[in-house]
Design a protein around this ligand. Sequence first.
Ligand code: ADP
Length: 162
Amino acid sequence: MRRAIFPGSFDPPTNGHLDIIKRSLPLFDEIIIAVLNNPEKNPMFTVEERCEMIQKILPEVENGKCCLTVDSFSGLTADFARRKQATAIVRGIRAISDYEYELRMALMNRRLEPTIETVFLMAAEEYAYVSSNLMKQVFTLGGRVEGLVPELVENRMREKLG
Ligand code: ADP
């Protein structure tokens, strides 16, 4: 049983996240999308709202034989992965700027939990500049994010901003 977690803030989920999920499907039997509960980061969406959005947009993904589930967690990613008996942590890399941070996290997680491997997948070119933060900034200033986040997410951002 090859089980992986895909941890992140997903505040909000973007088409870049969905792309990484799609790329990881053939590699695992089960992928748990693990939403980090991080109230100190002042998220736009609560962890429940983020989980619910992901649940609703997952049917857009042709998951074949891979089982996709959504969960939330607090604390260490390595602890959550161990509790779930996952053997891999999936992360996406968009640019060199992601690499430095991701390398540090992967090495720390390996030290904390040597049996769990971090697997990096390269972003799709068309989403390589897409981040949750950029989507929030642009949307808040009235810019269009159509095609970069799922339609449901765009609607939820609109509702949030009143
Ligand atoms: P975190 O706060 O843990 O970085 P994010 O939700 O921002 O959480 O990102 C979760 C993971 O998804 C990270 O590995 C990040 O690099 C990856 N990711 C985010 N946006 C994209 C994208 N557009 N393309 C590929 N990977 C992405």
